[in-house]
Write a protein that binds this ligand. Structure first.
Ligand code: HAM
Length: 436
């Protein structure tokens, strides 16, 4: 048996682990989630979660049969040798809309703002920042078609990355119009590319049939050369009146709120459910092809999944690993968890249970650890320092008899004699004193 995690997955490790980088530091992931939670919950978003696997048909309908995700990157779930028609979720939006419809969440009010975080799975070609199991923070605002909802969604994403300290980020904003606008654009692209079929990559030949817009997003350099040569007109030229007005309103709000953005006239997203507003968040230090995040409006998705009524929605997700790679690129770090307030060790085996009991009791005040074995005083203070403890104490037969222990403040070296019964009060007083 090899001790090797599956390709495209990462272990998330504690601080201090060998070879640690920010994108695999478990506490850094938690930090990003915490900052996202603060920003999103202040805006009224509620935490939700859906299963890690979903009906394959749901994902296919939601994400779209012509996307790379559905055609090439789905992880199928087998159990007891049987294919149950399930896939590991490649993204969060279709599952959240499924959950919204199935659980009648409309009753919670409209619009409803939801957010979630967790692993997503795509069987992609693995490279830096491109994983098979990655982690997203995902925000969805369901029930409103107002451009204010779009602007707020974009602003929330911006606030999170700003709060994380990122500076080299930019929002590339576009619109992919209403379905009829997109149909007109696809028709234009078909006519434009048809005479050049031979020059297109195999993938793009297929895209010309199913979804010509996706050719613009091709990773093949010869496709990109042809696109440049043909001088392809951008999607924005094809917006109908309604989509154009909506797009203008979104921009106006963002300008008013001083959320910076650049217009990307030919934005293509890798998922089929988008309508109108679509955007990506990019970082100067991470390859242009790897967005930190992306989102858009998906007013047709609920009906695609079987809802009789149209349920408009807008949302976004960012990849936590990519956010952390960008933070690392900018030399940012995350707050380290503080060491314990107290470390206790027994000088003799007989006092080990007493040290354990006192330390456990002290957890009512703050972090407290204890040694499972007896330790010499020197050894105990060394261990306490390694853990980053504020106070360390040792308990021998003398202390046990006197019902008091000597506590050493590791910063100043000062010692205090503290009766067992006053340990928590002592710690609380000094803890509050030092923190204020
Ligand atoms: P997406 O653009 O497919 O959108 O993914 C969002 C983000 O997830 C990407 O910008 C990237 O940071 C991260 N990501 C995607 N694939 C990978 C990968 N293989 N490895 C590492 N990170 C990755 C969505 O998923 C939509 N559900 C967003 C959305 C929500 N739209 C509306 N609501």
């Amino acid at each position: 048996m090899t001790l090797q995690r599956p390709k495209g997955t990462k272990d998330h490790l504690p601080p201090g682990s060998p070879g640690l980088s920010l994108d695999i530091q478990a506490s850094a992931h938690a930090h990003v989630q915490r900052v996202a939670a603060q920003v999103l919950e202040r805006a009224g978003a509620r935490l939700t979660a859906t299963p890690l696997f979903e009906d394959a048909a749901l994902v296919k309908r939601g994400v779209g049969g012509s996307t790379d995700i559905v055609r090439k990157e789905m992880f199928t779930v087998y159990y007891a040798g049987d294919h149950g028609g399930f896939v590991l979720r490649p993204e969060g939006t279709a599952p959240i809309v499924r959950s919204y419809l199935e659980n009648g969440l409309k009753q919670l009010g409209s619009p409803l703002k939801l957010w979630t975080h967790g692993p997503m799975f795509r069987a992609e070609n693995v490279q830096q920042g491109r994983l098979r199991q990655f982690h997203q923070v995902d925000y969805e605002c369901i029930g409103s078609s107002d451009p204010l909802a779009d602007a707020e969604a974009i602003a929330l994403m911006w606030e999170i990355v700003t709060e994380l300290g990122l500076r080299g980020v930019s929002i590339q904003l576009g619109s992919i119009g209403d379905p009829q606008d997109r149909a007109a654009y696809n028709e234009y692209l078909r006519e434009l590319f048809a005479p050049h079929l031979d020059a297109l990559s195999d993938d793009s030949k297929e895209r010309l049939e199913r979804n010509p817009m996706r050719i613009l997003d091709s990773k093949s350099s010869s496709d990109q050369a042809l696109i440049a040569e043909l001088g392809v007109r951008p999607m924005l030229d094809f917006l109908g009146e309604d989509a154009r007005a909506h797009f203008a309103a979104v921009q106006e709000f963002l300008r008013e709120w001083e959320v910076p953005f650049e217009i990307d006239p030919s934005i293509v997203r890798g998922l089929d459910y988008y309508r109108r507003t679509a955007w990506e968040l990019h970082h100067q230090g991470i390859g242009a092809k790897s967005a930190l995040g992306g989102g858009g409006r998906y007013d047709g998705l609920a009906q695609e999944l079987g809802s009789k009524a149209e349920v408009p929605g807008i949302g976004w997700a960012f990849g936590i690993e990519r956010i952390l790679l960008a933070m690392q690129d900018e030399g940012l770090s995350v707050p380290e968890p503080a060491g314990p307030l107290l470390y206790l060790a027994a000088l003799e085996g007989a006092q080990v249970p007493l040290a354990a009991q006192l330390a456990r009791q002290a957890r009512a005040v703050g972090g407290a650890e204890f040694s499972y074995r007896k330790r010499g005083a020197g050894q105990a203070y060394k261990e306490a320092a390694r853990l980053g403890a504020r106070y360390a104490g040792v308990i021998g037969s003398e202390e046990a008899a006197a019902h008091a222990l000597k506590l050493k403040h590791l910063g100043s070296g000062e010692t205090s004699t503290v009766p067992f019964g006053e340990l928590n009060t002592f710690l609380m007083t000094t803890f509050q004193g030092e923190d204020s």
